[in-house]
Structures are given as C-alpha cells and as structure tokens.
Design a protein around this ligand. Structure first.
Ligand code: BT5
Length: 338
C-alpha cells in the first residue's frame, strides 16, 4: 500500500536561498541581495529563512548585515544530498520522504511510473519497513537511513538478486574507509559491526520467465540509534554505527559515501559479473573459516564456511567432508561470536 505519490525535482526558492548562503559560507549575505537575486520581496526572504530554521538550519540574522549560515541539520533532504553527489547516474532522481510505509514499495511505484535507472528513495522513517520473508524492519525516525535504489537492467533471473552482495560490499567499505569502523559482511544480506547487525538489505526483483528488468535494492542502516532502541528482541543482536563508534555520525556523509561506492561497484558488476567482486567480498566476510549453522526454509545446514562461489552462493564443508552450496538462508550461529 503506497501512502504518497512521487514528486519531481524543482529548484525551489528555499533551495536557492540555501545554495547562496552555502556559497558564502561563514559570511553574511544581505537580505536585499537575496531578494534581488531571487526576484522576491525581503519579507519573502524572511519567510523562507524562518522555514529553514524550523527545519533545523542554524541561520544568524543581523540588521544591516543580512543572514549567515552557521550549521546545517543532519537531514537527508534533497538540498543537503543532491548538490553533493559524486555519482553519474545514481540518486540524481531523488525522492525524499519524511515518512513512508516502505521505501521498497515506493521505489516499485516509481518503476511503474518510468523513473530512471538509479532513482533513489530515502525516508526519515518507515512505518512498514520489511526484511526478507516479510519480517519487520524497525525504522526509528531521524536516526537511521532507509533507502531503496531502483535498478533497471537486463539480467538473467538468477543473477539480479546478486546486487545484494554489491550493496553489502559498498556499505562495509564505506564504514571501514570513511569511518575506520571494522564492519563485516554476514552472508548474504547483513552488515555487522563487532558481531552485531547494523544494517540489512532486501533486494526485490521483477522478472519475466528468463530475464529481470527491474530490481529494487533496499537498505536499512542503524546510524545514530541508542542502545535502548536496539534492545530487541531481534533474531540477531543489533547495534548502530554510533554505538560502536562511540560518537554520533553524520548520516549525510554515510549516504553520500555509500552511493559513490555502490555506483562504482555496481557498474563493475554489470560489466564484468559478480565474480570480479568476490575476492573483495570474501575479504570482508566475517564467517569465513568458521563453523556455522544456516537455516534454509525448514532445513538446517551446518559446516565450515569456506568461501563464495562466483555467483555469491556460500560454500560449506560438512563434518564428513561433504561440500554443500547454499544459495540463500539465515546464518544463525557463528562459532566464536557473542
Ligand atoms: C533484512 O532482512 O535484514 C533486510 C532489511 C531491509 C530493510 C530496508 S529499509 C529500506 C528498505 N525498505 C524496506 O521496507 N526494507 C528495506 P532479514 O535478514 O530478514 O532481517 C530481518 C530481521 O532483522 C527481523 O526479523 C528482526 O529480527 C531484525 N531487525 C529488525 N529491525 C532491525 C534493526 N533496525 N536493526 C537490526 N535488526 C533488525
């Protein structure tokens, strides 16, 4: 059930005022100057400044000097993200929602309305966020990142879900390279920090018999959640980036850095196949060499995690020396983990 309709991106007066204030970072910009540049009245400028303040922008005003931007809120709104994108096709079609049922549902709606490859849906809160098998994804407002990327491609049906691996790799690299956080991949779709789940990925595809043309890759990232918010009960212990880092993290930075890495890795995946990314994914696979239990539907498989196949399936070595390839499932027990 979709609660809202997609909108198109128009550069609003508010967006332009912010841009001009940011261009003059640290300096005052006169109200008369803003009014002239935007062809509006000075009371009109003041009205927009008040709206920006209500959204958390710290704007100083001084008579005869004008306005000065002191700080910006950690909002994922378009005006804070789109001008700072370093991507060529990802997220330029940007859909920001305060609250939504599920960003994946919204992205599927956009797909039906001809939104382009790389359209991004970001919400501050989800009321019906979901994981695999319709499990719930808890999405507290304003502290996490809940996003879905619309991917248009022509991929064999069995290949399309592999974008999940590209997503977890990009997120792990973002956390390690940008924040110095030792994140790892919990096959197939989670990102862990210190053995606790900080993010989960849900890729949903639309296919005909042989080919998939549309995928929506959704990620929920716990960024600034407190311990109390993540007490559970969860299937796997949960955490947030802030809990593990010991300080609050700018969600804008996480998002922008993730998008750049995802675009790069996804282009490689489309050009050369997942196999070129497998060594990197394996290097961040926390379960490698450990004895684990994987639950696949009503089957339980135990064995030592040996690595991944070129398609991203898990190779398990059983106690009797038998080898098993697991395509999907939940890793429920990891030897040596808390
Ligand atoms: C996942 O499923 O981990 C995929 C989660 C994908 C969520 C994103 S948010 C943006 C996009 N829009 C959506 O509606 N979904 C995607 P799975 O592996 O099935 O794990 C689900 C399980 O994780 C739940 O049953 C809970 O036990 C646990 N869980 C729920 N919320 C959590 C949270 N915030 N942090 C850690 N664990 C959580």
């Amino acid at each position: 059930m979709i609660e809202a309709k997609p909108g198109t991106f128009t550069k609003t007066t508010q967006f332009e005022i912010l841009r001009l204030l940011k261009e003059n970072e640290g300096n005052f910009v006169s109200g008369a100057g803003l009014a002239e540049k935007l062809a509006i009245s000075r009371p009109g400028v003041w009205k927009h400044i008040k709206r920006l303040r209500a959204q958390g922008y710290d704007i100083q005003s001084r008579s005869r000097l004008g306005y000065r931007l002191l700080d910006v809120p950690d909002s994922l709104a378009r005006e804070e993200i789109v001008p700072n994108l370093k991507t060529s096709w990802l997220a330029h079609s940007y859909h920001y929602l305060k609250t939504i049922g599920s960003t994946n549902d919204y992205a599927l709606l956009l797909a039906a309305e001809d939104a382009p490859h790389g359209a991004l849906v970001v919400a501050e809160e989800q009321t019906k966020g979901r994981g695999r098998l319709r499990r719930e994804w808890i999405s507290y407002p304003n502290c996490g990142i809940y996003l879905s990327i619309l991917l248009r491609h022509l991929l064999p049906v069995r290949v399309a879900p592999q974008s999940t691996h590209v997503g977890s790799l990009a997120l792990v690299k973002t956390l390690r390279e940008e924040f110095g956080i030792a994140a790892s991949i919990k096959w197939p779709n989670d990102v862990l920090i210190n053995g606790r789940k900080a993010a989960g990925i849900l890729t949903e595809t639309q296919s005909d018999q042989d080919f998939c043309r549309i995928s929506v890759m959704g990620i929920g990232i716990n960024v600034n959640h407190s311990r109390e918010q993540l007490e559970g009960p969860f299937r796997y212990p949960a955490t947030s980036i802030a809990i593990e880092a010991g300080f609050a993290v700018k969600r804008q930075r996480v998002l922008l850095q993730f998008l750049s890495r995802f675009e790069r890795d996804y282009d490689r995946f489309l050009r050369e196949g997942l196999s070129v990314l497998i060594p990197e994914i394996e290097a961040h696979l926390g379960i490698l060499g450990k004895n684990i239990k994987v639950i696949c539907g009503d089957r339980e498989i135990t064995g030592k995690a040996q690595g991944l196949t070129p398609e991203g399936a898990l190779l398990l070595l059983g106690q009797n020396g038998s080898k098993e390839i697991v395509w999907a499932g939940d890793v429920s027990r990891v030897e040596g983990a808390a």
